[in-house]
Design a protein around this ligand. Sequence first.
Ligand SMILES: Cc1ncc(COP(=O)(O)OP(=O)(O)O)c(N)n1
Ligand SMILES: Cc1nc(C(=O)O)sc1CCOP(=O)(O)O
Ligand SMILES: [Mg+2]
Length: 565
Amino acid sequence: MAYFCTQIPVLLNPGVACIKSFHQYRFLHIKAMQDDKVSTPTPSDECMVRVPHVLTVAGSDSGAGAGIQADLKACAARGVYCSTVITAVTAQNTVGVQGVNIVPEDFVAEQLRSVLSDMHPDVVKTGMLPSIGIVKTLCQSLKEFPVQALVVDPVMVSTSGHTLAGPSILDSFREELLPMADIVTPNLKEASALLGGVPLETIADMHYAAKAIHDIGPRNVLVKGGDLPASLDAVDVFYDGKDFYVFQSSRIMTPNTHGTGCTLASSVAAELAKGSQMLSAVKVAKRYIEAALSYSKNIAIGGGRQGPVDHLLKLKSNVQRRPFDPCDLFLYAVTDSRMNKRWGRSIVDAVKAAIEGGATIIQLREKEVETSDFLEAAKACLKICRVHGVPLLINDRIDVALASDADGVHIGQSDMPAHVARALLGPDKIIGVSCKTPEHALQAWIDGADYIGSGGVYPTNTKENNKTIGLDGLKTVCLSSKLPVVAIGGIGISNAQAVMGLGVPNLKGVAVVSALFDRECVLTETRKLLEVLKESNQMGKLKKCWRSPHTSRQSNLNFCYQKIS
Ligand SMILES: Cc1ncc(COP(=O)(O)OP(=O)(O)O)c(N)n1
Ligand SMILES: Cc1nc(C(=O)O)sc1CCOP(=O)(O)O
Ligand SMILES: [Mg+2]
C-alpha cells in the first residue's frame, strides 16, 4: 500500500499512520525487498520518525577517547543513533593500553543478533576486531542481516603503539571483511600492513596504497595521512575506484588526537546513515573531525601524551562557564553604543571599567553596530568577563550570542520568543526576559527563562516610548514571579536604595545603562553604585553570602547578597 506523508511516498503497515522522512521510505523499501513484505519498527497510531542508526562493532576504551565510547559520542554529535557490539574491553588511558580482554566469539555473535534482528541499523561501522573468529562471526551476521553500508576502520595498533589486532587477522580482513566494505579507512601503518608491509611515506605512496587496497575489494578507500611528517599539511587520499580526491588542510597542532580514527570512521558512517553519498559523507566527516580537533587544542585530560578529542565540542567552554547564580544580578551593567561613542570609548573599554568597578553581570546592548563589529566586541568582552567570572549576556541577538559563545541573552516581549531562544541556545545558556506584568512573568517562567528584567521603574531617556511601571508595578511583578528579578529603568545612585528597599526576596539587583555609561568615568560610577547597593545590605535588607571557593577564585566579587526573609 502506498501513502503520502509530507509529500513523500511511504509504504504503510496496518496500524501505522505514516512514517516521516525520505530516509525511512528508503529503509522500508530495502526491508520490503529483503522480507518480500513491508515491515515497520513499532505499530502506533502516531506519525513515527525513524532515526538514522549506526551500529558500531568495536572495543571499549576505558579512557573513552577512542573505541566504542568515541563512536557513541561522534554519532551523538552528528545526530545519529548508535548501538554497540563490544568485541573487547581494554584498560586504557592517555598513557597507553594496560590490558585487553577479548569478548568470547559466541557472545559477540549474540550481541550482533540482538541488535541486527530487532533494530535494523542503517550502517555498520567496525573498529577493533581482535580475533579471526570475531571477523568471521561479523561477516556471517552481515550476510544474514544486510545493512545499507559497511564502514571498516581496520584498527590494528593503538595511538600509543599497542597491538589491538595482530598480523594473523590480516588474511581474514583481506579475504572476508574488506570485500564486503563500502569504505575502508586505514592510516599509513594499517594501509602498509594490509599491503604486506610495503613502506608508505609520501602522498604519492598514499595514492598507490588507496588503489592497491581498492583492488582487494572495498568500494571506496580513504588512506589517512596523519602519520606523514609533522611539517606537512594534514592530507588524506580518497579513491572510489575511478577518481582520486585529496583532502588537504593545515595541521591542527594539538596533543589531543586519541580516537581521531574511530571518530572519523563513525562520522562517515553517521553521514551515510543519514542518506549521504560516499564522497560527501567523507567531506562532512572530515569537517567535523577538524572542528573536534580544534576544540580539543588545549583541554587537559589525563597525564599522558595523547588526550582525547572533544567529540561534543563542549568541554572547554563548559570548563570556563559557571552556572547562573541569581546573585549575579546584583549590579547589572548594560552597555549602550551611542553613549560609548559620545564619550569616545570602545565597548571593550566600557566593559573593562564596569567590571573593575564591581559590575556582577554585563549585557551588551548595542543597537547601532554592524553585526561583524558586534561579534568581534562580544568575543573580546567575553575574554575579559571569563577572567573575572562575570557572565556576559547579549541583548536581542541570539545569533551573536551563539557565534561568540556568550553566556546568554536578554530578550524583550517583541524579540525572539523565549521558548524559541531556549530551543536554539540549549539548556545551559542564561536567558533573561523583560516583563512589565505578572502575565509576562508567568510566561517567562513557562518558556524556560532564568531571570526577568522588570521596569521601567522610573522614566528613562535611554529607551524610547518605554512604559514606566513604578515601584508598585515592580513589586507586583516580583511578588508574582517564580524567577529572580532585576529592576531596570532610570535607576542610579540616587534611587538604587529605594528600589532595593522594596523588600521582596526575589528582587536581586538593579540593571543600569546611563548612570554608568553616560558618564565620564565608568569605573568611578560603578564603584559608587556598588557602595550604595552594599549599603542597602548593611541596612539589614540583604545578607552577604560568600561564593564557593571554586567560583570566588575566578570572580572579582567573591560574595553575593541574599534577602533575609
Ligand atoms: C535587564 C534588562 N531588562 C530589560 C531590558 C529591556 O529589553 P527589551 O524590552 O528587549 O528592550 P531593549 O533593551 O531590546 O531595547 C534589558 N535590555 N535588560
Ligand atoms: C533597556 C531598558 N529596558 C527598560 C525596560 O523597562 O524594560 S528601561 C531600559 C533603559 C534603561 O536605561 P537607563 O538605566 O539609562 O534608564
Ligand atoms: Mg530587546
